[in-house]
Design a binder for this molecule. Sequence first.
Ligand code: F0G
Length: 448
Amino acid sequence: MRTIIEPFRIKSVEPLHHTTPEERERYLQQAGYNLFLIEARHILIDLLTDSGTGAMSTGQWAALMRGDESYAGSESFFRLQKTVRDLTGLRHVIPTHQGRAAERILFTVLCKPGCVVPSNTHFDTTRANIEFTGARAVDLPIPEAADTQARLDFKGNMDVAALQSLLASEAAANVPLVMLTITNNSGGGQPVSMANIEAVKRVCSRHGVPLYLDACRFAENAWFIRLREPGYADWTPKQIAQKMFSFADGCTFSAKKDAIANIGGFLCSNDERLAQQETNLLILTEGFPTYGGLAGRDLDAIAVGLEEVLDPDYLHYRIVSTGYLGRHIADCGVPIVEPPGGHAIYIDAERMLPHIPKHRFPAQALAVELYRHAGIRSVEIGSVMFGEAARHELLRLAIPRRVYTQSHIDYVVEAILEVNARKQAIRGMEIVDAPPFLRHFSARFRQL
Ligand code: F0G
């Protein structure tokens, strides 16, 4: 059979509400043309993020009832610890309320002013948490990643030669760790190859620097390795994931992605002394080490999600369905970051709307138009988010896990193609009011 189906059926449904064009125009005006400021009930299809928006399974809902809410020594923690140790091979497992809490604790312990932390590409919270300590976050993607149209199997890879020269030029004490984000979210959801992880680890070992994975989409990355990297076609996703983690000295993890939970995260390492320092900080703001800012039931849902996400049927469907959206719009002339990533499709708005200059925010204008036309929420990843540092003007369509069916995605495809057909009429935007940092969450705009 050629038809690929969603590998689940639906037991509990959540109604969607249609809005009229007039209502959407009003909501846009009230929100200052910032989609973060529109109430979720006024959104028909929400592709803002794949983070915390996944649908839990019957297994995860059942696990919630098993949750042990003891303040100390909860059984739920030991179940999570066992699952994470088995997957990552890392001994110390510190739960946190989400990924950025793990980042904050890790960098507070390891970084100080003058330090440098290289990555293939840091996610924005990771960069912000590094910079908050006074250290410098450096992105070293492969040069080909700059071209949105280049079709590479592992476009999320790190530039190993650039890492080598950075480590050779910096005093070892100034580089407390190297990070690899898998998959590379800010780089288009592109995977990192096993060979690249191994090569990065070799360079790190030569310089005595630990390697950390920002591993929140580890299962999607493992599936791409199985599909694209010679030698892995017969491996299970779990075996591939275990091998990926075998090169890591630690990881940060947002359970809101590939643990298909609505909240949660963890921080792992093999370093006893470091784990002790991290635990001390954890108690200060997150909680006791066996719950780390989460309820016991959350820990159980994460443990079950980490197993479910490695199901080959799920991963096959997941990667094919993201690619389905990408191919259907790209083959009709909408420029996307090629090839399609694991969790999202990124439209290259600079290419699609060449009549709107960068300082008039083409991707924000496109996000507004897609909501106005069809009630779809996406997110700008360009000059609104990064200011002058933006390398591209992208519109991200992130796909929540197990939430939307093919007909929802067909609706999204149709809407994008209709917007594309009259793209000349789309006008740029101007910021009328913005806070000093993280302005994309609350800036207000005017349509020109
Ligand atoms: N690392 C990566 C690669 C991420 O994509 C995210 C979150 C985080 C860390 C932080 O995790 O949200 O649990 O604190 N990404 C979301 C997104 C928000 O929409 O891409 P968190």
